[in-house]
Design a protein around this ligand. Structure first.
Ligand SMILES: *Cc1c(COP(=O)(O)O)cnc(C)c1O
Length: 390
């Protein structure tokens, strides 16, 4: 009888694993679909092998690596308490559910907000909440001027009062500047507290918070201070395999644990994934400026060959205006594929710490050829396309 676990390789880093890592990294280096496509580094694999194997539910003090990760994010943001969650969607929805108590109630947010558009309609299902969506007048980010008329006060039984203002930084790669977050937060926190209700909560979908604050060059603690809760993705620019962390006051996080459990987010041995995330965080934090520079340099090259963007290029994303250029999305995907570059038809290019110079060169080659062919009247593939995620 062969043993159940067949040990074919004495060390965890045999040639086979190294080759596998190199292959996946090469694939990620030319993948512009999202920043979730990054793959483990050798450091991360070592961290996983060395991780604690505690039970995050049974063990009274939780798991050591999960605690270390939560503690590191507390340290970085200056918030009081933190909690590991499985995904960003789960993190956002747990935060909103924890703030909201009983309908009628509504959440005010940007009309493009992930919480509203990209989370399978979770908000009305999980929190029974209505939404008030607001369009930024400047076309990029919300300001206090946009928010003010959207707030629904208590008192008129026709309308569900605003209980949470939910902001997002970054949104499609654009920054919600600190000064505006502060203005909005100060205003919302100055509103009178309705009798028998909690004050309106400030939530931040902080999926790409580090892109936002590093891109703007502002203090992360000052940013976090504007909010009662935040949900930070570890699997985006930070580069972890899975996970998010939510942050808030201690009592808020204690309450959030109930909703995490309810939503299937109470996990048994997440130490390995937390260790991976912590290793990723330390590795990528100093690299955000390099990723942003690479993105902006590529944007300049694309502009030079005739591309325009629907949003300013401020962090790690370029949103191409293909419609304006009269280029069908199917041709965009096809021309990139010819150069072994992966993109979504939604015409968003996302850069990350494993994006390589060769990957960018091939991307520029593909898109230059596409624009030339467009200008020369070459017939471009125009079949229906679908796909794309945030
Ligand atoms: C990715 C993302 C999330 C969370 O998404 P998951 O795929 O559930 O981790 C939340 N907000 C924004 C802005 C995002 O980009």
């Amino acid at each position: 009888m062969p043993s159940v676990v067949e040990v074919t390789q004495p060390a965890p880093f045999g040639a086979k694993l190294k080759q596998k890592l190199a292959q996946t990294q090469e694939k990620a280096s030319r993948d512009f679909r999202s920043d979730v496509v990054t793959v483990p580094t050798e450091d991360m694999m070592s961290a996983i092998v060395d991780a604690s194997v505690g039970d995050d539910i049974y063990d009274e003090d939780g798991d050591r690596c999960v605690k270390a990760l939560e503690q590191r994010l507390i340290e970085l943001t200056g918030m009081e308490a933190a909690l590991w969650t499985v995904s960003g969607t789960q993190g956002n929805q747990i935060c909103l559910r924890t703030h909201l108590t009983q309908p009628p109630h509504s959440v005010l947010l940007d009309h493009r907000a992930h919480v509203h558009c990209w989370e399978s309609g979770a908000l009305p299902v999980i929190s029974q909440a209505s939404t008030t969506t607001v369009k930024p007048k400047n076309g990029v980010h919300l300001t206090l001027e946009d928010i003010k008329p959207g707030i629904i006060a208590d008192g008129n039984i026709h309308f569900p009062p605003t209980r949470v203002v939910s902001l997002e930084n970054t949104l499609f790669g654009t920054i919600l500047p600190l000064a505006h977050a502060q203005e909005i937060s100060q205003y919302v926190r100055s509103l009178p507290q309705p009798e028998g209700q909690k004050p309106i909560a400030m939530h931040l979908d902080a999926a790409r918070l580090f892109d936002g604050v590093i891109g703007e060059g502002v203090d992360i603690k000052a940013y976090a201070a504007c909010f009662d809760s935040m949900s930070i993705c570890l699997a985006k620019g930070i580069g972890a395999p899975i996970g998010s962390v939510i942050l808030g006051k201690r009592a808020f996080i204690e309450r959030a644990k109930w909703f995490r459990k309810m939503l299937g987010g109470g996990t048994r041995q997440p130490g390995m994934m937390a260790a991976a995330a912590l290793s990723a965080l330390e590795y990528t934090l100093p690299r955000f400026p390099l990723v942003h520079k690479m993105t902006k340099d590529a944007a300049k090259q694309l502009e030079a060959v005739g591309y325009k963007f629907t949003l300013p290029v401020q962090t790690n994303m370029i949103i191409l205006d293909l419609e304006g250029a009269g280029i069908p999305s199917a041709a965009f995907v096809e021309y990139c594929a010819r150069e072994k570059v992966a993109v979504f038809p939604m015409a968003r290019l996302v850069f990350h710490h494993q994006t390589s110079e060769t990957g960018v060169k091939n991307l520029i080659t593909a898109l230059t050829k596409l624009m030339e062919d467009k200008k020369n009247g070459v017939a471009l593939e125009d079949k229906k396309t679908s796909g794309g995620y945030s």
